[in-house]
Design a binder for this molecule. Structure first.
Ligand SMILES: [Zn+2]
Length: 164
């Protein structure tokens, strides 16, 4: 049995890689990475960041990530709802690697932003196989963030686990 693992390429807090499906024989190769919440960690409220408890297991969603080799990568993520004691309400769980309302990871957005510095939005959209409006939105968001904070770093998405 092999000890090889792809989990090191997906260092997301509070989630573990449980399986993958690679489709490398297609015209457009792709891979689906299934992530499950780490049950040792308490989920975190998306609004205030307080640790809560699982209120409901919601639907699953696909989030686009950086390609693995030639394969377009989709993360299959469980979207849980959290009962937040600070907000006194059920909120969607905060993900360390993607915004709740976005369908791309932070590091993929940073990759798009880096490409936008040297390529046109249309060329970037064609290269990453996304809608030009999505690429433009990412570019605008990161430009605004850079002017306010001075730095955009995907490594900051690996926040600490909220055990406790
Ligand atoms: Zn909250």
């Amino acid at each position: 049995m092999s000890n090889l693992s792809i989990a090191v390429y997906f260092p997301f807090a509070r989630f573990n890689v449980v399986s993958q499906n690679a489709h490398l024989d297609l015209k457009h190769p792709g891979t689906q990475i299934r992530l499950e919440p780490d049950r040792r960690c308490r989920p975190v409220c998306r609004d205030c960041g307080a640790a809560g408890r699982v209120h409901a297991w919601g639907r699953r969603r696909f989030i686009r990530d950086l390609n693995v080799g030639p394969a377009m990568t989709l993360l299959d993520v469980a979207q849980r709802r959290v009962w937040c004691p600070a907000c006194c309400a059920a909120k969607v769980e905060r993900l360390s690697f993607a915004d709740v309302s976005q369908r791309i990871t932070h590091r993929f957005a940073q990759y798009i932003y880096a490409l936008c510095k040297v390529m046109t939005v249309q060329d970037v959209a064609r290269h990453v196989e996304l809608d030009p409006k999505t690429v433009k939105r990412v570019e605008s968001k990161h430009s605004a963030k850079r002017t306010t904070t001075g730095c955009v770093c995907w490594r900051s998405t690996r926040s600490r686990c909220a055990r406790g």
